[in-house]
Design a protein around this ligand. Sequence first.
Ligand code: GDP
Ligand code: MG
Length: 162
Amino acid sequence: MIPVVALVGRPNVGKSTLFNRLTKTRDALVADFPGLTRDRKYGHAHYAEQSFIVIDTGGIDGTETGVETHMADQSLLAIEEADVVLFMVDARSGLMPADHLITQHLRERKKPTFVVVNKTDGLDPDVAMSDFYSLGLGDIYPIAAAHGRGVIRLLEDALLPF
Ligand code: GDP
Ligand code: MG
């Protein structure tokens, strides 16, 4: 079985950066402004012997109107398709209201979820993580998608059942 791993979270938390790292492409658009990835984007990746499919999404920020509604819908579809969800949050911004909204969706869907705290470069990982335990989604993985910190440990655990 080739598992499907969805990258879900608010715009600008680093989903496309992680997608590019996992798939070793620069296909997903990474930018300093939020909301660039409007559709779901699929890529092939592998870790050790395990192949998997990654879905990049545009993000959910809870205030969607117009084209952003479409982005949020795409994120929800990606959650449906996924065997595992990597729920990415941003260590720099801390916990945001939309993080709670996404948590609610993930709970309703009962998907295996890993909370991934990105942008921990230059931060104490324990401090960076502390904000996010209150989401109540279980284990939290500090990473820096831009530099690769923490990614192996995350994949080892996320892909373990497959
Ligand atoms: P997306 O909207 O969730 O896909 O986020 P992007 O991947 O487009 O990244 C948004 C911004 O965060 C870009 O400016 C990235 O360079 C930056 N970013 C992504 N990962 C990291 C990281 O690990 N550390 C830092 N400091 N910045 C990051
Ligand atoms: Mg993106």
